[in-house]
Design a protein around this ligand. Structure first.
Ligand code: ATP
Ligand code: MG
Length: 566
């Protein structure tokens, strides 16, 4: 992937992360024709978020770096919460990030027959039994980390009876929750996951792919490692909360697998401040209409970030730079925004827009005259060339760029003072017109100096401030949506004081500006096109725009709070 700035050549990197070290150790012993195989295993019960992006970049990135492959596997073993809509959005997001699973799109549900056979194998070996206890009884007899659990009265069931009951469970003879298939391991193991964990439960629910073919479904622990094994995964990389499952992962494969086996490695999940990152909570925000859907630009989902104007390159750079940690940590969301700005600075063309307009009239400029001025599209990229910007007698400037009573160091427009209009002339403020009732400034009257046209050769007067503007007659009126953080607290979901994460929603996270004038070269912008509105930030054309109504989402402001901290 040539467009990733920090990750082009791995030999440039100072040190390997711990997973890369493991892979490098392992591939030394691989025969010629073998390579690594990783997988990204989303459960299709919601849209992917930036944490998933981290996992995608890690899994696909490792495969890319070491000449291997990465499978996409939907971990679809909970039929109640899973939907095809989510499957589609997940695929779109991974593709957008720039990764390709080729034809390796797999579903744990494709393996239901084989998983069932593995269960039978375990029963036959005496390693699994049918328990008639209720879920409550099973959980009440599990013990605590310091107190052993109590063995189920059904633990000693003969193999033949277990096989018969399991088949009848599959045939739908028993109601939901009346029976469980459990592994027979050790009720006094210090690892709670080894205390006869459930492998299969009865759920008379239709599945998004297998329909009503099954009424028993495997548990995560009896699907994930087995699917890894079936696919021939070499490195099964997951987040730290699965570390305690690893002995079970290995135990099950000990009794099922023949030949090469996958190994599980855990890394710390990505956490961001001011952000909630669990699909359950994000779903709550969507269902409760706290946001306008999964791709509301305030959400931490990949689809929301795309809509807001983040680029795949910026997300991949961010993922690479946060590294792969073994301990939980929290990343400053400003670091993500920094990565976004850095990429947009290079690729976004500049335009002028006035978010809070006040009228400015150039009294000595010929009425009706329109001049076409040359403006550079992107100072960071010569190839982007120039555009024409119309200039006339009546302009809009930002209300905040004029002050009647300025503090020291205010270098913009003041009564009697001069300022440069970007790409145009130096103007001088001659007069201010106010609404007699409210005192609000409704017009600023200026003169211009025709000898100060930007780009003119010869001696040029210099002034301290330069401001942007838009010619009123040629301006295009647009809607602009300004976003702030969705939460006002750094850790909205981590409170132990009984408050809910929704108590920390930022009431000012969205501000909509109507009739924002933009220079006319904005016509023809396509959905998701990105611009820097000079001095105002990066903006992205919302896909809900039409040719009569352009809607811009502010991606980020220009102020880099992360770079400042450094
Ligand atoms: P959530 O907890 O947000 O609901 P999940 O872990 O249940 O997410 P899955 O669909 O099961 O979501 O996750 C798919 C893969 O993405 C898993 O391998 C998981 O470990 C990884 N993943 C999920 N969240 C993060 C995160 N914040 N950082 C890194 N990887 C993550
Ligand atoms: Mg999960």
């Amino acid at each position: 992937m040539a467009d990733i700035v920090d990750n082009k050549d791995r030999t440039d990197k100072k040190s390997l992360n711990f997973i890369e070290s493991i892979v490098e150790r392992d591939i030394k012993d691989y025969p010629e024709n073998k390579s690594i195989l990783t997988r990204f295993p989303p459960e299709p019960n919601g849209y992917l978020h930036i944490g998933h992006a981290k996992s995608i970049c890690l899994n696909f990135g490792l495969a890319e770096a070491y000449g291997g492959k990465c499978n996409l596997r939907f971990d679809d073993t909970n039929p109640e919460t899973e939907e095809t809509e989510y499957v589609d959005s997940i695929k779109e997001d991974i593709r957008w990030l720039g990764f390709d699973w080729e034809n390796r799109e797999y579903y744990a549900s494709d393996y239901f027959d084989r998983l069932y056979d593995f269960a039978i194998l375990l029963i036959k070996k005496g390693f699994a039994y049918i328990d008639d206890q209720s879920a409550e009884e099973v959980s009440a007899t599990r013990g605590t980390p310091t107190k052993p659990g109590i063995e189920s009265p059904y633990r000693g069931r003969p193999v033949g009876e277990n096989l018969d009951l399991f088949e009848r469970m599959k045939n739908g003879e028993f109601p939901n929750g009346s029976k469980l298939l459990r592994a027979k391991i050790d009720m006094s193991s210090p690892n709670m996951w080894l205390r006869d964990p459930a492998l299969y439960r009865i759920k008379k629910v239709s599945h998004h792919r297998t329909g009503d073919a099954w009424c028993i479904y495997p548990m995560y622990d009896f699907a994930h490692g087995q699917s890894d094994y079936i696919e021939g995964i070499t490195h099964s990389i997951c987040t730290l909360e699965f570390e305690v499952h690893r002995p079970l992962y290995d135990w099950l494969l000990d009794h099922i697998a023949e030949g090469p086996r996958p190994h599980q490695y855990e890394f710390a999940r990505l956490n961001l401040n001011y952000t909630v990152m669990s699909k359950r909570r994000l779903l709550e925000l969507v269902n409760g209409k706290y946001v306008n859907g999964w791709d509301d630009p305030r959400m931490p989902t990949i689809s929301a970030m795309r809509r807001r104007g983040y680029t795949p390159v910026s997300i991949r750079n961010f993922s690479e730079r946060v590294g792969v940690a073994k301990r939980d940590n929290i990343i400053d969301v400003a670091f993500l925004e920094h990565a976004v700005r850095e990429d947009l600075n290079k690729i976004a063309q500049r335009r002028m827009a006035v978010l809070d307009p006040v009228k400015l009239v150039i009294v000595n400029y010929t009425e009706g005259k329109v001049e076409s001025l040359k403006a550079r599209n992107n100072p960071e990229n010569e190839e982007d060339g120039f555009r024409e910007v119309p200039f006339g007698r009546e302009l809009y400037i930002e209300r905040e760029d004029f002050m009647e009573d300025p503090p020291k160091k205010f270098f913009r427009l003041v009564p009697g003072g001069e300022v440069r209009l970007k790409y145009a002339y130096i103007i001088k403020c001659e007069e201010v017109v106010k609404n007699p009732e409210t005192g609000e400034i409704i017009e600023i009257r200026c003169s211009y100096d025709p000898d100060t046209k930007s780009g003119m050769t010869g001696s040029q007067r210099k002034v301290k401030g330069t401001i942007h503007w838009v010619s009123i007659d040629q301006s295009i009126k647009t809607e602009v949506r300004l976003y702030d953080r969705l939460f006002i607290d750094e850790d909205p979901a981590g409170k132990k004081d009984g408050t809910d994460f929704k108590d920390y929603l930022n009431p000012n996270s969205l501000k909509i500006l109507k009739d924002v004038p933009v220079e006319p070269s904005i016509i023809g912008a396509k959905p998701l096109n990105k611009f820097q509105f000079e001095r105002k930030g990066y903006f992205c054309l919302d896909p809900d725009s039409s040719s009569d109504k352009l809607i811009f989402n502010r991606t980020v402001t220009l102020r880099d709070t992360w770079a400042k901290k450094k």
